[in-house]
Write a protein that binds this ligand. Structure first.
Ligand code: KIV
Length: 267
């Protein structure tokens, strides 16, 4: 998968086969997800999911590069995109180029993602014209949590809805090869998908998108609390707890290890 092949899935504002994207932060998870996905996103959500941070704000370039490289090593089919962390791209297009080129060199990823609409359009254009495929991200943009005041759905009021549509159009015109639209009312997602030429990948943005992305640990049921838009396809937290309980019981009962798991000289 390449940026042009993803972009080419939307023709005349229509996408025949929806685009499938999941997050991945480790090599083994990438290997497991890769055959099923068009794109793997090394999201800065790793701040919360892997590092237990309160938000994506403290996520560093070092974290993104280390996990990005691991995911690239575990994938051979899907396009791997890496999130640009907060503070690594907002100051200027030149700063963004420095950060994005470092991410691409150190990880081998095929694209970067950055949050923001009209204000970031010149940066999206600057990077796209210099060999860096960019995924836009509008609507609920978690790096702006301190401005937005929380993680609730966006665009309930008319002026904000119009702003989100304008943001999507701006990054589309600037050359983003696809656009993540997060946490918006269905009508906004529907309008954006109809009005921009790049594929729109929704998360909490209804079925009216050209594709869908979820945080893998959310859809696997690793967390007790997930946003309303998440569907749990498994209950891994419970299954991991069961496995750990069985291990603990067997160790305490001295029934693990058995001779099957014991090295002995060959007779
Ligand atoms: O950081 C992330 O995982 C993301 C997705 C939720 C789109 O940006």
């Amino acid at each position: 998968m390449t940026a042009p092949s993803i972009r080419g899935r939307k023709i005349d504002r229509q996408t025949e086969q929806p685009i499938v994207m999941l997050t991945a932060y480790t090599m083994r998870m990438a290997q497991l997800l890769d055959p099923h996905c068009d794109m793997l996103l090394v999201g800065d959500s790793l701040g919360q999911v892997i590092y237990g941070l309160p938000s994506t704000i403290p996520v560093t370039m070092e974290m993104m590069c280390a996990h990005g490289a691991a995911v690239v090593r575990g994938s051979w089919h899907a396009l791997v995109a890496v999130d640009m962390p907060f503070g690594s791209y907002e100051a200027s297009p030149a700063t963004a180029f420095e950060s994005a080129s470092r991410i691409m060199k150190e990880t081998g990823c095929a694209a970067v993602k950055l949050e923001g609409g009209e204000a970031m359009a010149p940066t999206v254009e600057f990077l796209s014209h210099r060999g860096i495929p960019v995924i836009g991200h509008v609507g609920l943009t978690p790096q702006a949590v301190n401005i937005l005041g929380g993680y609730g759905a966006r665009g309930r009021e008319h002026p904000e809805a119009e702003k989100i549509v304008a943001d999507a159009k701006a990054v589309d015109e600037a050359g983003a090869f696809c656009i993540v639209v997060e946490g918006v009312m269905e009508e906004i997602a529907e309008r954006i998908a109809a009005e921009v030429s790049a594929p729109v990948i929704g998360i909490g943005a209804s079925a009216k998108c050209d594709g869908q992305v979820l945080v893998t640990e959310d859809m696997l049921g690793m967390f007790e609390r997930t946003p309303r838009f998440v569907k749990r396809y498994d209950d891994l937290a419970a299954r991991i707890g069961d496995a750990a309980r069985s291990f603990a019981e067997e160790v305490r009962a001295r029934s693990f290890p058995t001779s099957d798991q014991t090295y002995r000289p060959k007779s």
